[in-house]
Write a protein that binds this ligand. Sequence first.
Ligand SMILES: [Zn+2]
Length: 275
Amino acid sequence: MSAGRIRTAVPVLCYHSVSDDAHDGELRWSVSPSDFDEQMALLRERGRTPLTVSGYTTMLRAALPLPPRPVLVTFDDGYADLATAALPVLRRYAIPATAYVVTARVGAARTRGSGPVVSWDQLAELHANGMEIGSHSHTHRALDCLRRSELRREVSLSKLALEDGLQEQVSSFAYPYGYHSPAVRREVRAAGYSSACGVKNALSHEADDLYAVARVLIERDLGAAGLDTLLDGRGWPPAWRRERLRTRVWRAYRQARHFADTARTAPQADARRVP
Ligand SMILES: [Zn+2]
């Protein structure tokens, strides 16, 4: 799409963990609690209006005017520090957020490569405090490499599990690793989700794709100064609508590798991949 039609650049921030604990190389995607506090304070200082993903995409769908200087705070993977470290800060600054949860991992203890995951009780607490809870699939696999039946299970089972656990409709989805394809987007829409987030490291806007909302991955070394630059939109492109050639080439490569792996190790391959 042309940049000329964009009236409002909307930063959609994608956090993971809020912690100082290193989990086997995951520290890059983990923001320290003090930095997170500074960054949320900055959103308020800059007069930003925080929205949930469903709040934002409902406005886009209805072509309603956006509030002044919108911003979205989202979390992927549902680490337990969402409840223990992020929630108190979000409450202090009255910032609504959206958390995307991998349903098969809810309540999992610390495992190699990741920290502990939120429990159902913590999810209920987050929800009771105004956080939108969305699905990040059932087992966090690259959805664009799965067979249709597996894809359907990942997308639908997680929605059912969350709705059963929270007694609330779950409307938003986030693609694991940001990987999606036309087939994945169709499945997410057919399952009844009204929006889905990708990762583009670009700024969202009024004409963004409701099933591939552009987000920016927040890395540990961003700091308040980096966030300030991001909020100004300096150095960050507006989200583009069509897939880039390199995205399609990379997907074709991953799919070929996935099918080669599956053929080599069948029939145990699927069972091993599910945590
Ligand atoms: Zn993830």
